[in-house]
Design a protein around this ligand. Structure first.
Ligand SMILES: Cc1cc2nc3c(=O)[nH]c(=O)nc-3n(C[C@H](O)[C@H](O)[C@H](O)COP(=O)(O)OP(=O)(O)OC[C@H]3O[C@@H](n4cnc5c(N)ncnc54)[C@H](O)[C@@H]3O)c2cc1C
Length: 354
């Protein structure tokens, strides 16, 4: 069994550099270690926090009063999946962007727009990661999990994963530990139809047409860098958890009410179910905040109003305090409730009522 460390500060394990110590921490480097470590902690009634790349969590300054299991598993298996398709089964701990880079280099299409997203492959189903018109749910063939309720390892079909916009049955639920994810990709040097206008424009392509995979990857990385959305230890704009709020999805009446209250036309992205997604960044700026606005060592990124960043020396309480202030002001001025995208660990969520 792997070594058990005590009192390990969690901040260095997160992209926000926030969070107090773990009572104990174990790094699981094989699937068997991951399964056995979690099973043993569950049998002992020890609270477990699964932590991988730490790029979508805000951990309280008090830390975690139980066991933190770091997911450090490795391995990737590739197999044909019928006519022009291949399956990649990837261990949870494999860095996601390396998987995307490999798929692009090998002429496998379906995840190229998800280039540059930090973190592990096993975390991608947790919030159904998405960007630039793609989300992982559309290529996931199955997810292998440890079901902590039964103690058994199970292979879940996509229908059992409850995938939705930036959400799944796994998010805010600790029942399953993701052990591996199987993706089914198309053998092609070109992407599928580009659904995101900004990306299509950057590639000089008509929206709805495709482009060479490597060009799509490079264009996505360039767009992301311009928004501080590619990790760079020297750039505080990337000391974040990515977007701090999800984009609100509103029904027609709520969208009309927002438009009336905002006194301007909010960005609108129609959803398949008839509702409309709007831009959380637009709402934040419309409610009176600007890129770079700071509260002590916490600030909105100077490149993107949706990223809350640690300029160095911040506490989790300060960061979440600013997030509460922003959400409270957006709700009062525009009538829309913002929902945090990262998982808040030991930090209650409520918009600031003032
Ligand atoms: C600069 C930046 C840009 C980003 N851009 C995007 C983006 O474009 N799109 C997007 O969707 N996200 C984005 N994110 C958020 C983040 O990168 C993703 O959500 C990523 O998938 C998180 O992976 P992780 O390994 O860091 O997870 P962690 O932060 O370690 O964990 C996140 C949550 O998942 C749980 N978890 C992690 N691994 C497992 C596992 N194996 N089994 C069970 N539970 C697990 C954790 O307990 C926690 O609740 C961005 C983040 C940053 C910092």
């Amino acid at each position: 069994m792997p070594e058990v460390l005590t009192g390990v500060p969690l901040a260095p394990w997160t992209t926000l550099r926030l969070g107090g110590p773990a009572r104990t921490m174990v790094e699981a480097s094989t699937e068997a270690e991951l399964v056995e470590t979690v099973r043993a902690a569950d049998a002992a009634g020890e609270p477990v926090l699964v932590l991988a790349g730490g790029s979508n969590v805000v951990i309280a300054d008090a830390g975690w009063g139980g066991l933190v299991v770091r997911v450090g598993t490795t391995g990737l298996r590739r197999e044909p999946a019928g006519e022009g398709r291949e399956r990649l089964t990837v261990a949870a701990g494999e860095p996601w962007d390396a998987v995307v880079a490999g798929a692009v280099a090998d002429g496998l299409a379906g995840i190229e727009c998800l280039s540059g997203i930090p973190g592990s492959t096993g975390a991608t189903p947790i919030q159904n990661v998405g960007a630039y018109g793609q989300e992982v749910a559309s290529t996931i063939a199955s997810v292998r999990v440890l079901d902590r309720r039964t103690g058994e390892v199970a292979e879940l079909a996509p229908e059992a994963c409850g995938f939705a916009y930036r959400s799944s049955a796994f998010k805010h639920a600790s029942r399953h530990v993701v052990l591996a994810v199987t993706f089914e990709l198309e053998r092609s040097d070109r992407s599928g139809p580009l659904r995101y206008g900004e990306l299509a424009r950057a590639l000089g392509a008509e929206p709805g047409s495709g482009a060479p995979l490597s060009e799509v990857r490079e264009a996505v990385l360039a767009l992301r860098r311009g928004k501080g959305m590619v990790l760079d230890a020297g750039d505080h704009d990337t000391w974040s958890a990515g977007s701090f709020f999800t984009n609100p999805v509103l029904d027609a009446a709520a969208f009309a009410a927002l438009e009336a209250q905002a006194g301007a036309a909010p960005p609108r992205f129609p959803e398949a179910d008839g509702r409309v997604k709007t831009s959380a960044a637009w709402l934040i700026e419309r409610a009176g905040f600007s890129k770079g606005d700071a509260r002590g060592p916490v600030a909105l990124s100077s490149k993107h109003a949706l990223a809350l960043t640690n300029r160095g020396g911040a506490t989790a309480e300060q960061l979440v305090g600013f997030a509460r202030e922003i959400a409270g002001q957006v709700e009062r001025r525009l009538g829309v409730a913002l929902v945090p995208e990262p998982v808040l660990v030991g930090l209650p969520w409520r918009p600031d009522p003032k």
